[in-house]
Design a protein around this ligand. Structure first.
Ligand SMILES: C[S@@+](CC[C@H](N)C(=O)[O-])C[C@H]1O[C@@H](n2cnc3c(N)ncnc32)[C@H](O)[C@@H]1O
Length: 317
């Protein structure tokens, strides 16, 4: 079963990304095309919209959108870092590049894909179903130290070691094949008093996030995509990113802030000796979050954080 994905921070993305008639735009995370549709309306018949996603389900949605909008469209089914590097090599220049990170509701609600701890399904979690690595391999083959490190660094889970130990104990008897078995092992690792602290939320949430990030190499892709996105921007073009956890937001924040730094000479030097000028103007000084109304309408938007910057000069060819 799949459901509609409600685009997060959509009005803010349009306001701060500022797409206009004739613009060339890259949507790095097409999903169900919610943001893309709004952008297509703004850029009109003379605009170009390149859409990227590594999930074949997104490509099906793209076909529908492409038939309905006036602008030129193109779909690249691949990792967005590869797509941006390809566009840069083609000499493509964009007025707006944006990323809406993480998983879509379509993916979470497709029970059989194993993204959700709420449904029993095979341990999968691949955004690109043709890739080899899946959640089952991580949960059953990674050693205890590596699992604990994964849960700590990508899930920020304070119970990382205890959970890793329990997974290794259980899989020695029989491999863990399903999301329900993983949830059961996580819950079984924690004393009742610790489990009670989670209230309405699941103690499996952080581990699922960590495994999903690892399966899909999400942070490695983001680290490669940010410089590639920057290099395809035309002068005055904007880069915008919507993050859903601090591991992503920290990377986006640091990347944009570094580009906005100008002269780094000591303040008492009478003339600049470093010759450094800013490459970027920050469009958002602080991350922009959803309004209370958006959170009420779409609770999945709660952790969304949008940052954007404008490129001042194009990269020399
Ligand atoms: C939050 S959803 C995007 C939703 C979309 N903005 C909309 O309005 O429907 C994120 C999408 O990005 C895709 N994605 C995540 N990481 C990716 C990557 N490294 N390369 C390509 N696509 C990626 C996922 O498959 C998913 O469809």
């Amino acid at each position: 079963m799949t459901s509609a994905h409600v685009p997060v921070l959509a009005g803010e993305l349009i306001e701060l990304g500022h797409p206009g008639p004739g613009d060339r735009v890259v949507d790095c995370t097409f999903g169900a095309g919610g943001h893309a549709r709004l952008v297509a309306d703004r850029i009109g018949a003379t605009g170009t919209l390149v859409c990227v996603d590594r999930d074949p389900a997104a490509e099906e949605r793209f076909e529908e959108l492409s038939a309905e909008v006036a602008c030129d469209t193109r779909f690249l089914r691949m990792d967005y870092a590869d797509a941006l590097e390809l566009l840069a090599a083609e000499g493509f220049r964009a007025d707006l590049v944006y990323l809406d990170l993480g998983v879509s509701s379509m993916q979470i609600d497709a029970r059989e894909r194993g993204f959700s701890y709420s449904y029993d399904a095979p341990l999968d979690m691949r955004m690109d179903p043709s890739q080899d690595l899946d959640a089952r391999e991580i949960v059953n083959d990674w050693d205890e130290r590596r699992l604990a490190q994964l849960f700590r660094s990508y899930g920020e889970d304070p119970n990382a070691r205890t959970i890793a130990r329990e997974l290794v104990r259980r899989r020695a008897k029989a491999p863990l094949d399903t999301t329900a078995e993983l949830v059961d092992a996580i819950e079984g690792a924690l004393p009742a008093a610790v489990r009670r602290r989670f209230g309405g939320s699941s103690p499996a949430k952080r581990v699922f996030q960590a495994v999903r990030i690892a399966v899909n190499s999400e942070l490695e892709s983001l680290d490669r995509a940010l410089p590639a996105a920057w290099s395809v921007l035309a002068a005055g073009g904007r880069l915008a990113a919507i993050s859903f956890h601090s591991l992503e937001d920290r990377r986006v924040k640091r990347f944009l802030a570094e580009r906005a730094v100008g002269c780094i000479c000591p303040p008492d030097l009478p003339v600049c000796g470093c010759g450094r000028t800013p490459e970027a103007e920050l469009v958002t000084r602080r991350a922009v979050g959803p309004s209370p109304g958006e959170v009420a309408d779409n609770p999945r938007s709660r952790s969304g954080r949008l940052r954007a910057a404008r490129r001042l000069q194009e990269e020399p060819a």
